[in-house]
Design a protein around this ligand. Structure first.
Ligand code: SF4
Length: 287
């Protein structure tokens, strides 16, 4: 009988739970259309369920005529987006995670103090785009630690970090950056729920042969969870739903670890575990 172990910290973080509460409350108490600017979380099932309740995800405010309510998701947006919403006469409900607001504020602070700002994160991720907007566009976005060696930098450099980055990568960035600066001020703004999930995944990945990481393929924090599991030597599979589980992954395996990103509902992780147990009960897992 294979043993399946769940990471101690996995699934929804409080920022996502808070955002979903805001969406449900807004949908129940608002007359007229309610939209989220982008999917509220990186989970297709949850987004589809909200859509059935009348809350549609839109990609851009350009899709909307005047009026109605728009909800800003946990990743936050640049000030220009609030401005555009106001010009369109939209009611804005802000579900930006307070820990993302902290990154935005630290970025503004560093710019105001005269530091050249580095945002360490994925330049295509909405959180990074929003933070860049709050910094007035005056920043260099660094995606990979070694990229900083190519960047032209003045003497005073300040750093903020995308909330869902990996802690080890921040260490690597600073090892490249520190020798190049006269003055360096760093706010390590990786959020605590991300750190807890990465630590728990790392610990479990050291003790099992196979790790299953459940969550959206476009979810930054889920992808980083898969990376830390691989770094610990566990054979790791990143899946979005139970149907992706393949029996051959578990040939000769006695212990399986399961974790999930901060935007993955607990029930989805439980369904994945149930799927593995079903395959085993039906003798469909290779010995
Ligand atoms: S992962 Fe962190 S920053 Fe993002 S919503 Fe959750 S708590 Fe907030």
């Amino acid at each position: 009988m294979r043993r399946i172990r769940k990471a101690v910290h996995a699934g929804y973080c409080w920022g996502v739970e808070r955002a979903l509460d805001i969406v449900h409350h807004t949908a129940e108490t608002t007359n007229g259309p309610v939209r989220t600017l982008g999917p509220i979380i990186h989970n297709p099932q949850v987004v589809a369920s909200l859509s059935e309740k009348g809350v549609q995800a839109i990609e851009s405010l350009d899709e909307l005529e005047a009026g109605g309510t728009v909800i800003i998701r946990t990743h936050g947006v640049a000030p220009a987006v609030y401005q555009q919403a106001q010009e369109k006469g939209l009611t804005v409900v802000d579900a930006t995670c307070p820990l993302v607001t902290l990154v935005q504020n630290k970025a503004k602070q560093l710019v105001a103090e005269g530091y050249h700002l580095i945002i360490f994160g994925n330049p295509r991720h909405p959180e990074v785009i929003g933070t860049l907007g709050h910094a007035g566009g005056a920043a260099t976005v660094i995606e990979h630690p070694e990229d900083v060696c190519q960047a032209k930098l003045p003497k005073k450099v300040g750093v903020v970090v995308q909330t869902t980055q990996e802690t080890e990568r921040v260490g690597a960035l600073l090892s490249y950056l520190a020798p190049r600066c006269k003055e360096l001020k760093v706010f390590n703004t990786i959020c605590n729920p991300t750190i807890e999930r990465q630590d728990a995944a790392r610990e479990l990945a050291r003790e099992v042969e196979v790790m299953i990481v459940v969550g959206g393929k476009n979810s930054s924090n889920t992808r980083h969870l898969a990376t830390v599991c691989r770094e610990e030597g566990a054979r790791t599979y990143h899946i979005e739903e139970p149907g992706e589980v393949q029996p051959e992954w578990f040939a000769g395996v006695r212990e399986i670890g399961v974790t999930a990103g901060a935007s993955t509902p607990g029930w989805l992780m439980d369904h994945v575990i149930a799927r593995i147990q079903e395959l085993e009960a039906d003798n469909l897992l290779p010995a």
